[in-house]
Design a protein around this ligand. Structure first.
Ligand SMILES: C[S@@+](CC[C@H](N)C(=O)[O-])C[C@H]1O[C@@H](n2cnc3c(N)ncnc32)[C@H](O)[C@@H]1O
Length: 278
C-alpha cells in the first residue's frame, strides 16, 4: 500500500481488494463456523488463560492531554515515513480486515479489569485503540506509534470522539519512554509486528513495560501457509514490510524475551494471536 491516489495505484488497489476479499470469503465464514462450534481454533504452547487482571487506573492520560512527540526524527524513520502519508486513508483500506481480528483479541482479553492500563505500541490511525478505551471506563489506553502522522491522526480521532482516557506518544516500539516501564496491564499489538526491524527487541521491550501479571496480545499473520501465500503482495504493496513469522517463531521470540507463559492461537484463518504473560 503506497498511496492509493498516486505512485503505485494498482498495487494499492490490489492490497485493498485482497484485504476486503479475505474478510468476506474467509473471516466471515470462519466466524460463523466458530459460533456453531464447527471451527476449533488451533492453539500451540502453554494452555491459554484468558483475561486481563489488575489495573492501576488513569494516570498518563490525565498528565498528557496533547501528543508527546519525539524532539527529532530518529534513525530508521524512513521505514514508517509512508505511514505518515497513509494516515488519513489507512482506516478505510485496512479496517475491514483488522476489525474481526480485534474482536478476537478483545474476547481473549475478557474478563478485562475496567481499571486496566493498556498499551497499543503501533496504534496506526487509532480505530481499535479507541474501541479498547471505551471498554475501560476507569482505565486507559496509551496509543504509541513511530509514525508522527499516525499519532496525530489517532489523537484527533480520540478528540473528535470525546474519549478522555487516552494518551498519545511517538515512540519506537523497541525504545519505549521511561514512563512506560512496568506500567501496563496489557499490550495490544495488531498487524504491526511484521513491520518491526528487530522483533526480539520489540518483545523484550514489551516485557519491560508490563506490570507483574501483565499480558501481551500480539495479532499478526502467522501460520506457515499464510506467510507463504501473503509474501508476494506483502513485499510489493505493504509499506515497511519486514517479514511475517510462524507461530513457532512467535513462541520462541516471546519465550526468549523472558515471558513465563506463551501461547499462540490461530484465531482466524491466517492470523495468530500470541498471548505472552509476564
Ligand atoms: C499495519 S499498521 C497497523 C496499525 C494498527 N495497529 C491497526 O491494526 O490498524 C502498522 C503500524 O506500525 C507502525 N510501526 C512500524 N514500525 C514501528 C516501530 N518501529 N515502532 C512503532 N510503530 C511502528 C506504523 O507506523 C503503522 O502505524
Amino acid at each position: 500500500m503506497s498511496d492509493i491516489h498516486g505512485g503505485r495505484p494498482l498495487l494499492d488497489q490490489a492490497m485493498a481488494l485482497a484485504l476486503l476479499s479475505w474478510r468476506v470469503h474467509v473471516f466471515e465464514p470462519a466466524r460463523l463456523l466458530k459460533r456453531l462450534g464447527l471451527y476449533v481454533v488451533p492453539t500451540w504452547g502453554a494452555a491459554l488463560v484468558p483475561g486481563v487482571p489488575g489495573g492501576g487506573g488513569r494516570h498518563l492520560s490525565e498528565r498528557h492531554l496533547e501528543p508527546v512527540l519525539l524532539p527529532e526524527e530518529p534513525t530508521g524513520y524512513q521505514e514508517v515515513r509512508e505511514f505518515d502519508r497513509l494516515a488519513s486513508l489507512y482506516e478505510a483500506v485496512v479496517r475491514p480486515f483488522s476489525e474481526p481480528i480485534i474482536d478476537e483479541v478483545v474476547e481473549l482479553m475478557r474478563p478485562l479489569s475496567p481499571r486496566a492500563r493498556v498499551l497499543d505500541p503501533s496504534v496506526g490511525p487509532g480505530g481499535s485503540a479507541l474501541r479498547l478505551a471505551r471498554l475501560l471506563p476507569e482505565g486507559e489506553v496509551v496509543a504509541a506509534d513511530l509514525s508522527r502522522g499516525m499519532v496525530e491522526t489517532a489523537w484527533r480521532a480520540a478528540r473528535k470522539a470525546g474519549i478522555p482516557n487516552m494518551a498519545f506518544f511517538q515512540a519506537d516500539v523497541a525504545q519505549p519512554p521511561e514512563a512506560f516501564e512496568g506500567y501496563f496491564d496489557a499490550i495490544v499489538c495488531c498487524l504491526s509486528f511484521h513491520h518491526y526491524p528487530d522483533g526480539p527487541a520489540a518483545a523484550r521491550a514489551f516485557r519491560k513495560v508490563l506490570a507483574p501479571g501483565g499480558k501481551a496480545f500480539v495479532a499478526d499473520p502467522g501460520p506457515k501457509w499464510f506467510v507463504e501465500l501473503a509474501r508476494p503482495l506483502s513485499v510489493l504493496a505493504d509499506p515497511g514490510f519486514v517479514r511475517h513469522r510462524t507461530g513457532e517463531e512467535f513462541l520462541r521470540i516471546f519465550t526468549e524475551a523472558g515471558f513465563s507463559s506463551v501461547s499462540w492461537i490461530e484465531v482466524l484463518p491466517g492470523i495468530g494471536v500470541t498471548v505472552a504473560s509476564v
